[in-house]
Design a protein around this ligand. Structure first.
Ligand SMILES: *[C@@H]1O[C@H](CO)[C@@H](O)[C@H](O)[C@H]1NC(C)=O
Length: 260
């Protein structure tokens, strides 16, 4: 789906003084004024065919790319180019594990220049998408190496999860990260955390991890969707500006699956 956009954007982007580490929203204003519409229409088509695509793209952004549609809206600084290398191990080393503790999460985000607010706001991306059983199994059966479940899991939710994710096998079975509204971009994810219905350990600990700041943010996003949307948009831009490759660095892949 990116083939279309990647090829078109090969055109000469305008250069400008940098706002966001070399990225800026008007990059294609002259070379490809219809760039935004092209991207949005391709995305809308893909997401209408398969709602999971929205979550996959959001996840992709964490691994190095862009865009999102529905719910919050913001202007995306453009010009983030593709890497000339691809490294499976590197791609995963800075991604928080699903069983991360609150301190793991804060440390990983800090390393990328992101703070607690970015952590909680971006975790709200789990308002859509699914996770595999292997990512939450530990919580159901052996949270602390004691063969007991995570006590913070709400009882009926826990029983439902056990049927999706048995003690052995079923590792690829999937469950929604936001069980109440799995394909709607809203603040339900945070309400679920308050009810003990966060799917991953790395979700629930935002509330239960005994860090005042993250706990308070979960509560305020659960109460006020507008604040969540505003912070989410801000943090998405901030994340998109992490170590970008711009201008002559990197390349624009003809096929996003491989280097040119
Ligand atoms: C998370 O899971 C990994 C792999 O199963 C394990 O090695 C690690 O100890 C777990 N971390 C925590 C905090 O439970």
């Amino acid at each position: 789906m990116f083939i279309l956009s990647c090829a078109i954007f090969q055109a000469f982007p305008v250069s400008s003084s940098n706002n966001y580490g070399g990225l800026f929203p008007e990059l294609y204003q002259i070379s490809c004024p219809q760039a935004n519409e092209i991207v949005m229409s391709v995305l809308e088509e893909a997401i209408s065919k398969d709602p999971r695509m929205a979550a996959s793209l959001l996840r992709l952004h964490f691994h190095d790319c862009f865009v999102q549609s529905g719910g919050p809206y913001w202007e995306v600084p453009l010009g983030r180019r593709d890497s000339k290398t691809a490294n499976f191990n590197k791609a995963n080393v800075n991604i928080p594990a699903p069983n991360s503790t609150i301190q793991n999460l804060i440390n990983l985000f800090n390393k990328q220049g992101l703070n607690e607010q970015d952590l909680v706001a971006l975790s709200g991306g789990h308002t859509i998408g699914m996770a595999r059983c292997v990512s939450f199994k530990q919580r159901l059966y052996n949270q602390k190496g004691d063969n007991l479940p995570d006590v913070t899991l709400e009882k009926t939710y826990y029983n439902g999860l056990k049927s999706i994710c048995p003690t052995s096998g079923g590792d690829n079975n999937i469950s929604p990260l936001d069980v109440a509204s799995p394909i709607r971009f809203d603040n339900t994810y945070f309400k679920l955390l308050l009810w003990g219905k966060g799917l991953l350990n790395s979700d629930e600990v935002l509330l239960t991890g005994n860090v005042k700041k993250t706990k308070e943010l979960v509560k305020s996003y659960a109460e006020n969707e507008a604040i969540f949307f505003r912070h989410f948009a801000k943090s998405m831009v901030k994340m998109g500006n992490i170590n970008p490759l711009t201008e002559l660095k990197g390349e624009i892949r003809n096929s996003c699956r491989r280097i040119n």
